[in-house]
Design a protein around this ligand. Structure first.
Ligand SMILES: [Zn+2]
Length: 305
């Protein structure tokens, strides 16, 4: 018997399959008491129609609870007035957030800011670690420029710093991704777009921001707080909405802080998996196979939308 047992083991090894990775029998769905809250306030949302696998919806009660029979991996659809329809999977966490749809933060604005094609490739794209802006060349000894960048980083930290910390340092500390900051009037992109003051390049992998650079045309551009803050917004994955604000290409220079609507979307982005698709669908986010790519966005007085 022993030789046969040995052969069986070898065959399993050669195939590289079987054993623990084999799909087991599908477990029987069990009742799960879901809690549905607003991604903006964290408060329970009542009256949400929650359904799974095309079944009859269950409506959340005044405490935001609805009980459905689910397996890990069951699909969920949540619909409520004032929020974008959410499609997700039950991943073991009974607490589910809904993405607010407001008068100042409607679908078109979210599309342009979050699901943009400039930095984000049409899906939520953001850092999952801290971000360090690293001055390069002559900027490394420029205290005034550094101060402007530190103020801009503080603007971001006021919104997302409890989850994604932004900083300025000559070297990115371990665990933080690096965005190089430089001045280069000979940058090829700036050479082709003579009206622009800055170009930000973001390397993303599976909708996670991995590295990048911000290149200013002139040293004076690198000292403009509004422009620097705007470029750092791109380093969070934000695009160019037409609605007035720090990230709108037509109003750069008028804002030193993100608008309430921009802040809302940034906070919601932190509550979504990279790869989440509009209006609010993360069913395929965890298995997104989008490879590494560099996104380029030019900004300044003649920035394209
Ligand atoms: Zn821009």
């Amino acid at each position: 018997m022993k030789p046969w047992a040995c052969l069986t083991l070898l065959a399993l090894g050669a195939c590289g399959g079987g054993g623990p990775s084999s799909p087991g029998p599908v477990p029987t769905p069990a009742p799960v008491a879901l809690l549905v809250v607003s991604a903006e306030t964290g408060q329970p949302v009542s009256g949400v129609a929650v359904s799974s696998s095309g079944g009859a919806p269950v409506t959340t009660n005044g405490a935001g609870n609805a009980t459905l029979s689910l397996n890990t991996g069951s699909d969920l659809r949540l619909e409520a007035p004032g929020f974008f329809v959410r499609n997700t999977l039950y991943r073991g966490d009974p607490r589910l957030t809904l993405w607010p749809e407001r008068a100042d933060a409607g679908a078109a604005f979210v599309q342009e800011l979050v699901f943009n094609q400039l930095i984000a490739d049409g899906a939520v794209t953001r850092p999952i670690t801290g971000v360090t802006f690293v001055p390069m060349g002559g900027l490394r000894e420029d205290a005034a420029i550094r101060q402007v960048h530190e103020r801009a980083a503080a603007t971001l930290n006021a919104v997302v710093g409890d989850v994604i910390g932004y900083g300025v340092a000559l070297t990115a500390p371990p665990g933080s991704l690096a965005i190089e900051v430089k001045v280069d009037a000979n940058d090829p992109f700036l050479g082709q777009n003579t009206g622009l003051q800055a170009v930000t390049r973001i390397v993303q992998q599976r909708n996670r921001i991995m590295s990048g650079s911000i290149t200013f045309r002139r040293i004076s551009d690198a000292g403009l707080l509004q422009l620097v803050s705007h470029e750092m917004g791109h380093a969070f994955g934000l695009g160019h909405p037409s609605q007035a604000g720090l990230m709108s290409p037509s109003t750069i220079g008028n804002f030193t802080d993100f608008t309430a609507a921009e802040k809302l979307e940034m906070r919601v982005m932190l509550q979504r998996l990279p790869g989440t698709r509009p209006p609010d669908d993360d069913r395929a986010a965890a298995v997104s196979s989008a490879g590494s790519r560099t996104m380029v966005v030019g900004c300044g007085s003649e920035a394209a939308p």
